[in-house]
Write a protein that binds this ligand. Sequence first.
Ligand code: AMP
Length: 561
Amino acid sequence: MIVGIDLGTTNSLVAYFTEEGPKIIPNRLGKHLTPSVVSVDKEGNVYVGETARERMSLYPESVAMAFKRSMGTERTYDLCGHRFKPEELSSMVLRALKEDAENFLGEEVTEAVISVPAYFDDKRRKATKRAGELAGLKVERMISEPTAAAVAYGLYDKTRDTRFLVFDLGGGTFDVSVLELYHNILEVRAVAGDNYLGGEDFTEVMAKLFLHKSGLQLQNLSEKEQVRLYRQAEKAKCAISDNEKVTMSFLYREETMEEQITYKEYEEACEELLMKIREPVKKSLSDAGLKLSDIDEVLLIGGATRLSIVRDFLIRLFRKFPDTKLNPDETVALGAAVQAAMKERRAEVKEVILTDVCSFTLGTEIVVEYEEGKFEDGRFCPIIERNTVIPASHTERLYTARDNQEKVRVRVLQGESRFARNNLYLGELEIPVPPGPKGKEAVDVTYTYDINSLLEVEVKVVSTGLSQKLIIKGQDNEMTDEEIAKRMEELAYLKIQPRDYEENRLVLLRAERMYEESLGERRKKLDFYITAFETALKKGKHEEIETAREELNEMLEQEDE
Ligand code: AMP
């Protein structure tokens, strides 16, 4: 079975394809969303999802979150003395999802289609693929998140020709895509985005507003207090959409501080973020050669599109109401499952034809002769341009720049700047050419970009026919199959917590956190129920444990407001 996985910044989901269409697979706690949070304790136990997130306020040094933002970079995370790369943390999330899917489906899951932000460059995509491999999943296909969303959408409504704008504001990333559904062919016309903008920024605005009103300073708060502040800010942010004002409370030292925040105040404070949102919308439309009014439907995905502030802004911008019939959290995973079904060539999905675009320009460095005998080097020559439909293959003929040049060096670069130095270096290739006067010898440089956004570069000397190929290797974070196998073994000693204990552990963690946040009577009451639950756990009688857990859970639900 091939599953579809939405590996999100904040939450991840796994879905599969059934005769009735794509469906989300519930995780071990019976929920659709698994927070993309990992915690590793000193003993090497791994906690993934809600349990890991709960550990944040009690053991912040053992928890990593939002690591998707660092995918493909050299950043490492230290969790209780264990060091991890972002893709290794992602692999733990994937491992948990794989286990949940296997348990639910009753069969082994060995392959997945994983979604990535359209704006992810080659390095980030490769890191995502490695994360899959480290989790024991073959990842032949990656699908860009907005494309996946449109696929999920297209399946439900595929009779009309439509121009969509998919607006995806997740926890930490923002993507805009312009797509066209025409005679059952879904084509991505353009993508744009911002890798550093998302719902968390809106949470931060709320937190800052609270600090400003209450006169507190962030730097005076302990790490635990900061975690609590953000948790409260997140709650207030989610609540403000349905209210004219919200009351945000926060336990500082021994004192509960409360501040009222109005919708209007919050909207004003978010003005700068809304301006940032406008840019990629404009860019994607102009790349697609369209105007705002050409868009028939606006689709919202990503949890942060639930914010009324964002919705109101879009209504003003497009002068139409966005389509919200699909659950914004689930659409991408459902689309990835449809893509998985396409890969399996299932009969139910074969009519949907899908194209994608590359989201950045790929090119090489050249020397330009701007006046007879005057050269400027370090210029960028685009070969496959941003928003070209993929798979794509383009060839550019380049000539020798100096007399008796012995070899041609092709540096493979990615980016939009006119200057090579400002673009991302992906690799390089050198090929000998017969010496001669400048401009006599030529090489054909062919870039082939496949549907998984992996790049192959071929350089061929026109006169000799000699050719060389390069499958792009990221400079330093590329891993061979053996290295992956070795790292998998190293990571195998880290055990994801057994499923059965997960719920008990989660309830206890939540209770402990609330105990720390409470005072007086509430604290005593919590202590009573926690002790009862712990006693039941020690006795080990299944029914008693269930009852005590339910009682404690009920109390937590009531109190965790
Ligand atoms: P995602 O990465 O798509 O799961 O989006 C997660 C982001 O959506 C987080 O920043 C959440 O705070 C935000 N979010 C989820 N639900 C809501 C809501 N009801 N109102 C506002 N933001 C929300």
